[in-house]
Structure formats: C-alpha cells, structure tokens
Design a protein around this ligand. Structure first.
Ligand code: UDP
Length: 448
C-alpha cells in the first residue's frame, strides 16, 4: 500500500452519541480497508477513541472548544447540537489548517454527520471536498428536507385539523403529515430551525445514507425526484453487516449469551430502548410485571442495572425467567437463535440490526424520528407493531409480548422479517445494491 492513493486521508466527524458513533466507525473501517487513512475528530465525551484499540492505524483528535457532557444534560439534544456547532467551527478550522501543513496529509474528503454541519465551513475555507453522512433512514432524511421548508405557525394551525394530520405528504408517500419527525423533540420553531440547518447541503458534493434500497426504495426515489437532493447519494447500509470491530461506548455484558444458550429457540423477547432513553421507576415496574405475566423468557437492558428495580421486583424477574444487563452485545443477542422478538424504541441502528437477523419488533418510540421508523415497521414492512399511548400498563405489556411471541399474527411478522433478512444479506454481498454503492463511493472518493 505504498502508493499515493493509500495515503489519502479522510476526516470523519461523528456526533458524540452511540447511535451515530457506531455507524461512523463502521464507515471508517470500511474506507480504511479500501486504502484510505482515517482521522476521527471528536469532542470531550462519548469518544469513539474509547474503542481505539479496535481501530489500529486510525488517528483520533479532540477538538478543544467542544462542549462537555454537563452541557448536554443542561440543554437537551437540540440546543446542545446547535451550540456545539457554533463553538466547534473555529477550532475545527484550526485543526484542518494544521493537518494540511503536516507532511503527507493529503486530505481526500471530510465526511461529517449531518448534525455536525459546522464541519462544512472548514471544507469551504480550505477548498476541500465534503460529504454528508446520514446515520438515520432515507425517509427521515427526506422528511427533514420537507420540514425545513415549513412555516412553524402555519403548520401548527394546519395540524389542528385531523384531516390534515392524516393527509399523505405529496412528495413522501406513504408518510402522513402526522408522521413527520417533530413530536417530542422540543419547540416546533427550534425543531424546524435544526431541520433547516441540517437540510442545507452547503458545499457537500455527495450524501452517504446508512440504508439499503430494498427497505426504502420509495423514499430514495423521492430524494432523487421530488425532494431533489441534487447530489450523488450512496445507500451503503446496513453498515453493521460489513466486517467491522466493536465500537461500543459502554462495556458489554456478555454473560447474557450464556443465559441465552440455555433458552429454547425463538422463545426470548429482548428489550432495549437504546443508548439515550431511560425509563422512570413507574414504567420500569409496569414493564417488569407485564414481562413476568407474559410467561416468556426475557432479556432486558436497563442501563442503571437491576439496582433501579425494587428488590421484590428483581427477585420476581429472576424467578420468572428474566435476565437483566446494563449493556448487551446487541448484534450478537439479536443473532442468537433463542431470540424471537425485540421490544425496541425504534432507533434506526436497532431496526437495521433486528431486520438483519430476521427478528420482528414491538415498537415503543419516544420521539419524532423513532415514530417515523415505527410507522414503517408496522405499516410498510409489517414486521412488528407499535405500542402507543403516553403510559403503558402491565396488561398492555403482557398482551403486546404475547401478540408478537405467541399469536399467529406474530408468526406472520416473523415470516416477513425473515424475508427481509435475506434481502439485506443479498444487498451487502458482491453484486448487491449496497455492495455496489459502497464500491462506487470508494471510486468517487478516490477521484477527490
Ligand atoms: N446497543 C448495544 N447494547 C445495548 C443497547 C444498544 O450495543 O444494550 C447499541 C445498538 O446495537 C445500536 C445502538 O446501541 O447500535 C443504539 O442505536 P439506535 O440508533 O438504535 O438508538 P439510539 O441509542 O441512537 O437512540
């Protein structure tokens, strides 16, 4: 690999959150294997470099003016994201200037998470190519473009009309206005402002999306035709199906695999609500009772651990075939023959990981983008269903688990999930759509 191409560097700028760091590192690994040098630029928390031992040869750099985790807790995701973009722009430019001065640092491209749009200013200043990376679905990407054009006041009035809520967004069939990713995210004006910033392509010359065309062909063609993205798009997902080392920010408890080994095939329901959402005690209790009453064995991720459950409930959980971990090796869990269903918050990575293993889902989405994903699971792919309502009691938990794991309806969802699994497998194999798209992306980056 002594040729010039092998030394070309790609600078990656991930969002400091598990659901964004993981696909960015998978992308980095795939590009590294194709002869690029990789630099990962990060802030002060949720650092991808915590798994640097799995990425030998990668360079990790911390931006000085990035914000601490306490700011995230104080401001919440939207305001934090906007402030992070304001504070990081200058120091990122300084870093790129230094990198360009260093011998041999021939920068092919800056690939930035769509939410790290501050990166575009440095690309423009130093006349470097930049590419946007969307770690969520193409539907969500397209939906943000539609949202970016809305007027908040008018939209709020329009949405008071139930007919309008159910109306299909013309350019985004089958998405209805009520599915657009806005609820639970914060004040609408602020949500739309973020959408406008994220939808702005600036000087980016391409978009990479962690999706696969067999799952989202209609949204991808909308992006091409009605939403008119206007630059090349590469649908190269699911990235976790390409060989890459773990990039978990938390320690995985592998003891659950031994526990799964003792369970019957497809009998276990796995419950995880992702890396951000935490259940309050009342919800934990209703969930625990509902799971126990369902009489299905269950593996449950509670990031605070079983300590957050009252003792009597912990005892009941262990007596009733339940196993609790703080953080699971999720991809391995979903691929385990004992797992037959996934109770999920419908984060995009979790969905791709579940479909890739043919595991049907119960969706309990909490905010806009997850609701949109859950709508696809229930109504488009029909491989699961949503549990709706602001509160879910033990009876609803029990009924949902039985519906997926025991009823005939659940068996149909499982069958369809297995069909999609095969399609995903084919798409990442030589000649498949994602395989070919990645190949084209590499060729494209080599011309930069
Ligand atoms: N994850 C994991 N172990 C767990 C729970 C989650 O490794 O116990 C991983 C999961 O495999 C996925 C990511 O965390 O890759 C969560 O991303 P997702 O987009 O589903 O949700 P987010 O955390 O961004 O809300």
């Amino acid at each position: 690999m002594g040729n010039k191409e092998a030394k070309r560097r790609i600078v990656l700028v991930p969002v400091p959150a598990q659901g964004h760091v993981t696909p960015m590192m998978q992308l980095g690994k795939a590009l590294y294997s194709n002869g690029f040098s990789i630099t990962v630029v990060e802030g002060h928390f949720n650092q991808a470099s915590s798994s640097s031992q799995h990425f030998p040869g990668f360079q990790f750099v911390t931006i000085k003016e990035s914000l601490p985790e306490s700011e995230y807790e104080k401001l919440g995701p939207l305001e934090f994201g906007m402030k992070l973009n304001r504070t990081s722009e200058a120091s990122f430019k300084d870093f790129i200037a230094q990198l360009l001065l260093q011998q041999g640092n021939d920068i092919a491209c800056i690939i930035y998470d769509e939410f790290m749009y501050f990166s575009a200013a440095a690309a423009k200043e130093f006349n470097l190519p930049s590419v946007i990376f969307s770690t969520t679905s193409a539907t969500n990407y397209a939906s943000r473009r539609v949202l970016s054009e809305l007027n908040a006041d008018k939209f709020l009035v329009d949405m008071e009309d139930p007919e309008m809520q159910d109306q299909v967004v013309e350019s985004l069939y089958p998405l209805r206005y009520k599915d657009l990713a806005i609820s639970g995210m914060g004040p609408l004006e602020q949500v739309l402002e973020v959408c406008r910033k994220v939808a702005n392509k600036r000087s980016a010359s391409a978009v990479i999306i962690n999706t696969v065309s067999c799952l989202e062909s209609s949204s991808l063609s909308c992006l091409d035709t009605s939403v008119k993205i206007g630059i090349p798009m590469y649908s190269i997902g699911p990235l976790h199906m390409t060989p890459s080392p773990p990039s978990s920010l938390l320690e995985e408890d592998r003891s659950c695999i031994e526990w799964l080994n003792k369970q019957k095939p497809r009998s276990v329901i796995y419950i995880s609500l992702g890396s951000i959402y935490e259940m309050v005690t009342k919800e934990l209790l209703e969930m625990a009772w509902g799971l126990c009453d369902s009489n299905q064995p269950f593996l449950w991720v509670i990031r605070h651990g079983s300590e957050s459950l009252p003792e009597e409930v912990s005892t009941m959980v262990s007596e009733r075939e339940g196993y609790i971990v703080k953080w699971a090796p999720q991809i391995k869990v979903l691929g385990h023959p004992a797992v037959g269903g996934f109770w999920s918050h419908s984060g995009w990575n979790s969905i791709l990981e579940s479909i890739a293993e043919g595991v049907p889902m119960i969706c309990r989405p909490f905010h806009g983008e997850q609701k949109l994903n859950a709508m696809y699971i229930e109504s488009v792919w029909r491989i699961g269903f949503q549990v709706e309502g602001s509160k879910v009691d033990r009876g609803e938990v029990e009924r949902a688990v039985k519906r997926l794991m025991v009823d005939e309806e659940g068996a149909g969802m499982q069958e369809r999930a297995l069909v999609l699994k095969e399609k995903l497998k084919a798409s990442v194999k030589s000649g498949g759509t994602s395989y070919n798209a990645f190949d084209e992306l590499v060729k494209y980056l080599k011309t930069k």
